[in-house]
Design a binder for this molecule. Structure first.
Ligand code: NAP
Length: 303
């Protein structure tokens, strides 16, 4: 039977992905929204989380679609109210706050799911399986997109905690950390900060084991979301953000890309089994790149 769920933060990703995924899901009924300005036609809407938690004890699960900085306070309240919680990616503004949420969820006996939608991209599971018994000799992330297209007018991405280009970069890192048979760590980084902004618009990151990442938010025209992996036993490319896979230059059949439906289906299983799923490996790489990164100032950026 479908369970009630509430969506909090009705902005770009809620409208683009969460609402359609829930509407098509047999597991969930969208029962309420919480947003200061957004709503979903036909769904009971609140502007305040406390009011929703008080009025709707029949909603056991809350999915938070807010940016990372304001998300923590909402997550903490929902967990304290005994609700299961789903976090958009990246799961927090800091590592410690996500550890705190994890501890709280465990103490309250509820589920916390730190989602990584790109891990659900159609080619990722097969890539992970193919790499499982391989020795990786080189890997390269090329993640170049147009910030104006994907984050139109969203100044929060350039404010402290917004993570800049590591907001989409976390998608690549969530795949990398999922498919590599052995973990790597950041060894150096160069971060490119617009002179009028607080977060990087581009980054070059080196990892151990000849692994590297080139992240850039200034790409117009065709967008590039590739991960290339070379091994002693052949090479692999995930492209289109993980939705397409080639192995030794031969395209693999991977099925339809269903990232957000897969997240919600996974959440249903976690709640059912009384489990949580919180993997901070992608965020550790971001924190380490910020810690080690050499800063280069580039042209100012305006939306
Ligand atoms: P967004 O549209 O700028 O923000 C989502 C909603 O959060 C806003 O509509 C706003 O709703 C609420 N919000 C923003 N700042 C707030 C604050 N300080 N306090 C309370 N509520 C606030 O952002 P988005 O693109 O949907 O991204 C949200 C999350 O989804 C991010 O973590 C992002 O990485 C992730 N994501 C985004 C995309 C994408 O393509 N944009 C793709 C995948 C994942 P109200 O003002 O109505 O309350």
């Amino acid at each position: 039977m479908a369970q009630n769920i509430a969506l909090v933060g009705i902005g770009k990703i809620a409208v683009d992905q969460h609402v359609p995924a829930l509407a098509a899901s047999p597991d969930w009924t969208l029962a309420a929204t919480v947003s200061r300005s957004g709503s979903v036609p036909g769904i009971m809407s609140f502007t305040d989380l406390d009011a929703m938690l008080a009025d709707r004890p029949d909603i056991p699960v809350i999915s938070l679609c807010l940016p990372p900085v304001p998300r923590f306070a909402y997550a903490e309240k929902a967990l304290r109210a005994g609700r299961h919680v789903m976090l958009e990616k990246p799961p927090g503004a800091t590592l410690a706050e996500v550890h705190a949420l994890s501890d709280l969820a465990r103490d309250r006996g509820v589920t916390l799911y730190a989602t990584w939608h790109s891990r659900m991209a159609a080619g990722v599971a097969q890539a992970r399986q193919w790499l499982a018994d391989k020795v990786v000799t080189r890997a390269r992330i090329t993640w170049k997109e147009d910030v104006r297209k994907w984050h139109p007018g969203q100044d929060w991405v350039f404010e402290p905690g917004g993570m800049g280009v590591f907001d989409p970069g976390s998608n690549a890192l969530s795949i990398l950390t999922h498919i590599l048979p052995k973990p790597v760590h950041v060894t150096a980084a160069t971060l490119f900060y617009p002179e009028n902004r607080q977060t990087p618009i581009a980054a070059e990151v080196q990892f151990s084991g000849d692994v590297s990442g080139d992240f850039d938010w200034r790409q117009t025209g065709p967008q590039t979301w590739n991960i290339d992996v070379e091994t002693a036993g052949g090479s692999l490319r995930l492209s289109q953000g993980g939705a397409a896979l080639t192995i030794d230059s031969v395209a693999r059949e991977v099925g339809k890309n269903r990232e957000y439906p897969s997240l919600y289906s996974h959440m249903a299983g976690l709640v059912d089994r009384g489990e949580s799923d919180v993997d901070l490996a992608p965020m550790v790489h971001i924190a380490d790149a910020m810690t080690l990164g050499r800063r280069v100032t580039v042209d100012p950026f305006q939306f």
